[in-house]
Design a protein around this ligand. Structure first.
Ligand SMILES: Nc1ncnc2c1ncn2[C@@H]1O[C@H](COP(=O)(O)OP(=O)(O)OP(=O)(O)O)[C@@H](O)[C@H]1O
Length: 558
């Protein structure tokens, strides 16, 4: 057989080497002439060499600067969302129509789907299972080479991940060293060759039989550059695909102080309110996650929902014990708030999300609502309350109040149709849920400042509220701003004097309670110290609500 070397510059040196050794050892290989010719032709084919060139340049780039890391893996879903938003506008604006047509184009959609498949690593071929012809006792060994990593796990310079993106442990049954966890996006995961449960036989030629995980870690720490593992593969089906779930954390987690985390360096610290991308829930106690929007592609360990729930229940039980001594009722929170699945909610101009101002009585929510409505009366509306009292001269039904009979109002209250209600001087007053919904349907922005207990009724897929917590500043600032503006105490029925120190303390006390009970539901916090600034922040929040996709409970879209 004659070997014709490719001369046009696309010849890959590694393939050339392979071809040479094939020629050199033809006689020693027990294969037919046809088979050898086929292999030889394949190794010389232009297509294979071009493919290698592409592969090599991708690998070089990934290793160079990781520019190939995807920003997101749901571009097709976002495209569909954008098309939904554009649809009602295509008859109104030429630009919207053009963009809609572009996004509708099958080639563009095909490109985005391909992008998402690559970003989700959904490209590995699914090969049929290898027939089990070999001897039962014979074990397959795989040799895997990884480049030792020094990349930080979560942006902190001194927290290097466990070297190759995998953790190891001793198998309780047979005392062997096995792969305990493969961190998504880490070197081991990217190789696609190391799976949970694989038994480690050798590291850099050193037999690890009888060694402890700490000994193996030492070998890894002292290795430079490439690390070679000899592994006995576990169940080949264990290569799990990455989940797409995003959650908002309702608690703080600090890997440095958590007493239970199996490997501190592999943990991912986060703060309450942060959105996390859960990439694996394979382990019932420790999930793997990365921070949403974090370009660092490596995942870290976080407590699973079940583990965190257990922790909270345990804490509450010990608080309940203390309560017997201190009589505090702060452990009484109903929710066990751990993680909430979230999705990005796109603004829908025909159904603007209502703004709900939550805060302690007297903090200034009423004043903020009044001023924002005064600034833009055609945009913001607040529901007209219901009352069972008779109209006074000059009062118009539906303007100051919706005047209804006491019987009807009592029936509606019993049916749970009121967000809040109360009795004053023998008459019922309240705000109905329907009055909020009718403002939403009208396309205006509903703004309300209900009692915090109304939050449960409001936080539903029908209403989709944007909850802003109006927080009081510390005592001294609260006192000086209110006294400086000659603010009238709302604790005094006649509204004819300023706030007392006790009342300022009451505002702060009730703010603590609201935060304890509901802070996991706040979409935004505005501190009402300087009134003008607080009002500006409220206007900015509304602008964001109308123009940006924002995280909201996933259950609202189902
Ligand atoms: N940042 C501020 N600086 C000075 N005075 C303020 C500020 N915010 C509110 N006030 C004043 O405080 C008083 C109480 O405010 P408001 O009437 O809004 O309270 P409220 O209705 O009891 O409270 P909320 O509606 O928040 O439960 C009003 O006189 C208001 O003008």
């Amino acid at each position: 057989m004659s070997i014709t070397m490719e001369q046009n510059g696309v010849f890959d040196p590694a393939l050339a080497g392979l071809l040479e050794s094939l020629v050199g050892s033809r006689d020693a290989i027990s294969a037919s002439k046809e088979e050898l010719d086929f292999l030889s032709n394949l190794l010389q084919s232009k297509e294979l060499h071009a493919l290698f060139k592409v592969y090599n340049s991708i690998v070089d780039r990934v290793h160079d600067d990781r520019r190939c890391s995807p920003v997101l893996s749901s571009s097709m879903q976002i495209t569909l969302d954008v098309m939904e938003v554009l649809l009602p506008r295509i008859s109104l604006s030429d630009t919207s129509r053009q963009l809609f047509q572009l996004l509708q184009n099958p080639h563009i959609q095909g490109l985005l789907c391909a992008h998402d498949a690559v970003a989700q690593k959904d490209y590995l071929p699914r090969l049929p299972e290898i027939p089990q012809e070999m001897d039962e006792d014979e074990e397959t060994i795989k040799i895997v080479q990884l480049v030792k990593s020094t990349e930080p796990l979560d942006g902190e310079p001194d927290s290097a991940e466990p070297i190759v993106g995998a953790t190891i442990k001793t198998d309780e049954e047979n005392g062997k060293i096995i792969i305990a966890r493969v961190m998504h996006g880490g070197a081991a995961d990217r190789s696609g060759l190391i799976n949970v449960g694989d038994e480690v036989c050798e590291v850099n030629g050193i037999n690890v039989e009888g060694k402890s995980p700490a000994d193996v870690l030492q070998i890894l720490q002292h290795s430079e550059g490439t690390i070679t593992f000899k592994l006995i593969p576990a169940d080949p089906k264990s290569g799990a695909r990455e989940s797409k779930m995003k959650v908002r954390a309702h608690f703080d987690f600090n890997t440095d102080v958590d007493p239970y985390i199996p490997c501190k360096e592999a943990g991912l610290s986060f703060s309450k309110g942060e959105v996390l991308h859960i990439v694996s829930q394979d382990d019932p106690y420790w999930w793997q996650a990365r921070k949403e929007g974090d370009r660092n592609m490596r995942a870290g360990l976080i407590p699973s929902k079940a583990l965190q729930e257990r922790k909270i229940i345990h804490e509450r039980l010990s608080m309940a014990d203390q309560k017997k001594k201190s009589e505090s009722d702060d452990y009484d929170r109903e929710d066990i708030a751990t993680y909430e699945e979230v999705v990005k909610l796109y603004p829908r101009p025909e159904f603007p999300r209502p703004i709900v101002l939550i805060g302690p009585p007297g903090v200034g929510r009423n004043e903020l609502k009044r001023r924002i409505m005064e600034l833009n009366p055609d945009k913001y509306h607040t529901p007209v309350p219901h009352t069972s009292r008779s109209p006074r001269p000059g009062e118009v039904n539906g303007k100051e109040y919706n005047f209804v009979s006491r019987e009807l109002m009592e029936e509606q209250i019993a049916r749970g149709e009121f967000l809040e209600f109360g009795e004053y001087k023998g008459n019922l007053y309240g705000t109905s849920l329907e009055s909020v919904k009718s403002i939403i349907r009208s396309g205006l922005t509903c703004i309300i400042n209900p009692h915090y207990q109304a939050l449960k009724m409001l936080r539903t897929p029908d209403i989709k509220p944007y909850i802003i917590y109006i927080k009081p500043p510390p005592f001294d600032v609260l006192k000086s701003t209110r006294n400086g503006a000659f603010a009238m105490s709302t604790f005094d029925e006649t509204n004819s004097r300023g706030f007392t120190d006790d009342e300022f303390n009451e505002i702060l006390r009730s703010s603590k309670r609201i935060e304890f009970l509901y802070d996991h539901w706040f979409d935004e916090i505005i501190v009402n110290d300087d009134f003008k600034l607080a009002l500006e922040q409220l206007l900015e929040a509304d602008h964001k609500l109308k123009t940006e996709p924002l995280w909201a409970p996933a259950s609202w879209l189902q």
